[in-house]
Design a protein around this ligand. Structure first.
Ligand code: C5P
Length: 275
């Protein structure tokens, strides 16, 4: 088989409502997720021993972050295939890391989901099933939605996924180049196990009613996120600005307007289309 490349798009949470904290410590979510046409690329080279080579603007951060999760995805697929009596295909992975790591846009989860898909494809497995989705969830709460790779409403801790109708929207992504660890942001909500928090998403298409409950604790950890949201909100042509995931990447919906990127502040910026 020839080498092939798969796109690992950025995952954007347009809504991230935290409903409460479960007894096991995880947080119950209600989220609207879409995918950007900005992302990383994974190239699979069949016949080579497994290994991860990285290039691109954020390659230096590997393998500690995303590289590591690709290795875990490789192990997960090996386990899935062993149960089916299928030999694990040999292939190495080259990743072009365009997305900042630990930045709330699912770089690691999307890499993991794409790595799983690449290895499954090499093994002749082309359809997602519950077993594959469950193996993805073990790698990370956002991996199942990244396996689906279409706009979805995501509930539970990430395992309840239903595709939604989503009108493609223009947006810009802005990251102030601070890393905020996801567990610390969730912890910053200060919820006790069993404690409830905010209301669920009431309308799957009304952008104005969506919120990100993780913005407050993320801004407490990294105040510059508040500055990014304020800067984007004040820009002509921006209809809504908000943080994605546990941050620090923020998103401005521009709905067709050509807006200027706030690159002068040294922030990572990308024009994108969400769908
Ligand atoms: O699953 P993932 O690696 O993305 O989650 C990182 C951490 O974020 C978890 O270990 C947990 O502390 C927190 N988390 C949570 N509730 C979720 C998802 C993540 O508390 N629904």
């Amino acid at each position: 088989m020839q080498p092939f490349s798969l796109f690992a798009p950025a995952k954007i949470n347009l809504a991230l409502h935290v409903l409460g904290r479960r007894a096991d410590g995880y947080h119950e979510l209600d989220s609207i997720v879409a995918f950007a046409d900005t992302g990383d690329w994974l190239t699979f080279v069949p016949g080579e021993d497994f290994g991860i080579a990285a290039d691109g603007p954020f390659a230096a951060k590997l393998p500690e972050a995303s590289g590591n999760i690709i290795a875990r995805a490789h192990e997960a697929v090996k386990g899935l295939l062993a149960l089916r009596g299928i030999a694990m295909p040999r292939a190495s992975v080259r990743i072009r890391k365009n997305l900042p790591v630990a930045s709330g846009i699912g770089g690691g989860s999307s890499n993991a989901a794409t790595a799983m898909k690449g290895f499954l494809r090499l093994a002749g497995v082309h359809d997602l099933d519950d077993e594959i989705m469950a193996a993805g969830l073990k790698l990370g709460a956002d991996v199942p939605v990244c396996l689906r790779k279409v706009a979805c409403r995501m509930r539970g801790i990430g395992e309840r996924i239903t595709p939604i109708a989503f009108q493609p929207r223009r947006a810009i992504l802005v990251n102030p180049m601070v890393e905020v660890p996801t567990p610390a942001v969730f912890k910053g909500l200060g919820l006790q196990p069993g404690e409830s928090h905010g209301a669920a998403v009431t309308d799957e298409s009304d952008v104005t009613a969506w919120r990100n409950d993780l913005a407050r604790p993320a801004i407490a950890l990294a105040p510059v996120i508040g500055e990014v949201i304020a800067t984007l909100s004040a820009m002509p042509g921006v209809t809504k600005a908000f943080m994605s995931g546990s941050g620090a990447t923020c998103v401005a919906l521009t709905d067709g307007e050509e807006v200027e990127l706030p690159e002068a502040k040294g922030w990572w910026c990308a024009r994108t289309m969400l769908s």
